[in-house]
Design a protein around this ligand. Structure first.
Ligand code: PSU
Ligand code: MN
Length: 286
């Protein structure tokens, strides 16, 4: 049911990477490059990458280069509840952060990197759209390195929910949760950390106390501070076209990439790579 690549099995430091952002987070072809660059960054940070996805009736932990290339826009988006069906139905299943966490746990991997985790969508409770990433994070002993939660969401509400769920929100050299493209203006983190070693020590202590997941926010090196009007326009467009549920995030991201003339695309690509590198450093320290 689960195939773990030999290199991943033998490694002492592993970082799990998701495939939804490869398949649905970028224009055709670009996502694959982002996935490959994330893997290179994990290696540069001293760890072994384990990109996770569902393929040909197996959950694969550590996709090969050729396998990763099959994760295009035709892949099914697979959250935690979708894993079993994707497996049995033999589809190409691109795992979200939540889906990746569920698999990482079974495979014994404690560190995950992504761009931004899902959360409470703006307008809650109409519709009552809350990403399954949050519930899965709350119950999985793993640390997720991200640029916070995607700013197309209601970030303050998401931060409140993370607190209610008992998820520590660590800020890497920041006192506030990064806003994905933007660095400043987010809600406060529950603890600031200065080094990868400190993050690893806190994660280990949290798990000894039987805690679940932790979110670590790292601000992008080159933040974009002027995308909020574009995000609002993208959300209006999604609403006007009746885009709902799982389709909202990919729709909004591609709208932003197009309307910003590629600026959000470059920012998103770079922050994913930076997060992968930091996750590797934490995994090595952990
Ligand atoms: N980070 C990115 N781009 C993405 C995602 C994260 O830079 O596309 C994906 C992740 O897979 C995350 C998902 O789990 O978006 C959240 O989707 P939803 O809001 O439908 O739960
Ligand atoms: Mn959703």
């Amino acid at each position: 049911m689960i195939r773990v690549a030999e290199e991943v099995r033998d490694a002492s430091a592993v970082v799990a990477l998701e495939t939804t952002l490869v398949a649905h987070g970028f224009p055709p072809g670009e996502g694959l490059e982002v996935g490959r660059e994330s893997e290179r960054q994990v290696r540069a940070g001293g760890a072994v990458p384990a990109t996770i996805g569902v393929l040909d009736g197996e959950i694969v932990v550590g996709l090969s280069e050729d396998e990763l290339a099959r994760f295009d826009a035709s892949a099914r988006k697979v959250g935690p509840r979708d894993l079993a069906a994707a497996l049995e139905q033999g589809v190409v299943g691109a795992t979200t952060v939540g889906g990746t966490l569920a698999v990482a746990h079974v495979a014994g991997i404690s560190f995950v990197a992504t761009g931004g985790v899902g959360g409470v969508h703006r307008g809650y409770p109409d519709p009552p759209d809350v990403s399954a990433d949050l519930a899965q994070l709350a119950r999985t002993q793993a640390l997720v390195v991200s640029s916070g939660v995607k700013s197309l969401l209601d970030v303050p509400a998401t931060a409140e929910l993370l607190e209610s769920l008992g998820v520590p929100v660590l800020g890497f050299r920041t006192d506030t949760l990064p806003l994905f493209y933007a660095a400043a203006g987010g809600p406060p983190v529950s603890a600031r950390v200065e080094t990868a070693e400190e993050a690893a020590r806190i994660a280990r202590a949290h798990w000894r106390l039987d805690g679940g997941g932790l979110l670590l926010g790292r601000a992008p090196d080159e933040p974009l501070d002027d995308v909020e009007p574009l995000i609002e326009a993208a959300l209006r467009a999604a609403h006007a076209r009746g885009v709902r549920g799982q389709a909202v995030t990919p729709f909004v991201l591609s709208h932003l990439h197009r309307e910003s003339g590629g600026r959000t695309l470059r920012a998103n690509r770079d922050l994913v790579a930076q997060n992968a590198r930091l996750a590797a450093e934490i995994a090595c320290a952990g």
